[in-house]
Design a binder for this molecule. Structure first.
Ligand code: PMP
Length: 448
């Protein structure tokens, strides 16, 4: 039903508008190409929908301005890193204070104990360690899982994303596992380390874990990185039961599903993983992440790791657990990502989803809108995908690009790679209703 020729010409029109209205970003991008690969400090930053990235001046709460002095409502929020809102008042003073008092010592500060106790209260696991990124937390959780179970494989779900973790870049094609398309320089073929099955497929999971050679399943309790995919009733119970029965550790990655509540999806649904990882937002964007584990896992770690060699053993990191990240986590958990935060923002995310749904209904579009706590997104197919394979097959790069760019040119930043919006404490009802209006306008132009 989408006229592709019209879509192409609308993208061209929006690209031109973007270029005309962002001369300073364009000039900085041209200059940056001489010293930064592709003109950006991190390769994903060229993947935005315009012909070049916006260069940011500053952000506050739910908004930021670019170097051309345009103001944006930020629904991307650093793809979750700034889910707190930019420079949140509840943590910014504690962070600045800690910077003045010393950032890193390779010694613990008292804040780390407060953080450990609070993580236990929220997620239910008794022991915690700190890493610099969610990627690292996942890497360390997998290394520990292999070490203590003495098993070779890990299992992930098709089209998962858990950071730049070698073992996770495996996808299924016609039922066979392959190194993921665009996987850059894998040390070995990742199918040698990893089994992959579709999310919500209990039978395949049972079969993959039956030989008893999988150390751990690493999973988001609801998938978020190929669009939101909810677990079907009974799936997470089956996952827990089968992993337990086969002696496989279950690791939940709550980095994105934290949007479901103060204790993430795990807290909201009373899940009982053996290990849990979470990063990005928990330090208000200051790089930090945590991984937690049960009494049983802690006992196995203690019983099997030679502390003499721990500093070169492949987990940890010089900057991990530094004083700044501990102060940031403490202030964020204490004052920002609170019960009230989730209550307020989940209600606003419902309003966001309802607004998009009203346009979908009105225009009779074969699209859906999905929500996971304060995270919402729309998807260009008419039923919710059951798994990563179904979701990936529905990806529409051109339509994605048009919707992003149309919003961007009208002062709204959505999350790149998919049409996702996060709600921060400072996002207002007016911001959400403005998004609904812009969404409607973009659809009307498309269908005109
Ligand atoms: N886990 C999940 C679920 C993620 O979505 C991501 C990043 N998008 C990561 C881990 C890795 O986070 P980081 O890139 O900050 O290490």
């Amino acid at each position: 039903m989408i006229d592709r020729t019209r879509l192409q010409s609308l993208i061209e029109k929006e690209l031109q508008l973007f270029e005309e209205t962002h001369p300073r970003s364009k000039a900085l991008y041209e200059r940056a190409k001489a010293s930064l690969l592709d003109g950006v400090p991190m390769n994903w930053m060229v993947k935005w929908a315009g012909g070049f990235p916006l260069f940011v001046k500053e952000g506050s709460g739910a908004y930021f301005t670019d170097v051309d002095d345009h103001r944006y409502i930020d629904f991307c929020l650093g793809d979750t890193g700034s889910m707190t809102g930019h420079a949140p008042t509840g943590s910014v003073e504690a962070i600045a204070d800690r910077v003045r008092k010393g950032v890193t010592f390779m010694l613990p500060t008292e804040d780390s104990i407060w953080v450990g106790e609070e993580l236990t209260r929220r997620f239910g696991l008794p022991y915690w360690q700190v890493a610099v990124s969610a990627t690292d937390a996942n890497r360390f959780a997998l290394r520990l899982a292999r070490h203590i179970t003495k098993r070779k494989y890990v299992l992930v779900f098709n089209y998962c994303y858990h950071g730049t973790v070698d073992e996770t870049f495996v996808t299924l094609t016609d039922g066979d596992a392959h190194s993921r398309v665009s996987n850059i320089g894998p040390a070995i073929d990742p199918t040698m380390t990893t089994k992959v099955v579709e999310f919500n497929d209990i039978e395949a999971l049972e079969k993959a874990l039956a030989p008893g050679d999988v150390a751990a399943v690493l999973a988001e309790p609801a998938m978020t990185n190929i669009g939101i995919i909810q677990p079907e009733p009974g799936f997470l119970d089956a996952l827990r039961e089968i992993t337990r029965r086969t002696g496989t550790l279950l690791i939940y990655d709550e980095t994105h599903t934290m949007s479901a509540g103060p204790g993430g999806y795990t807290g909201a649904h009373g899940l009982k993983p053996d290990m849990l990882t979470v990063g990005k937002a928990i330090g208000s964007g200051i790089p930090t992440a945590v991984y937690g584990f049960s009494h049983e896992v802690a006992a196995m770690i203690r019983g099997s790791i030679d502390l003499e060699g721990a500093d070169v053993g492949g987990i940890g990191g010089t900057l991990a657990g530094n004083a700044l990240s501990m102060a940031a986590m403490r202030a964020t958990l204490e004052n920002v990502l609170t019960e009230e935060y989730f209550e307020r923002n989940i209600a606003l995310a419902e309003r966001f989803a309802d607004g998009v749904q009203s346009v979908i209904d009105e225009k009779q579009l074969p699209w859906i809108v999905k929500r996971l706590g304060c995270r919402t997104e729309y998807w260009f197919r008419d039923t919710a995908p059951r798994n990563g394979g179904e979701a990936a097959a529905a990806a529409d790069y051109e339509l994605d690009r048009y919707m992003h760019l149309y919003a961007l040119n009208r002062g709204i930043l959505m999350t790149p790679f998919h049409n996702m919006a996060l709600i921060s404490s400072q996002t207002t009802i007016e911001d959400i209703d403005y998004h609904t209006k812009v969404f409607r306008d973009s659809v009307e132009e498309l269908l005109a």
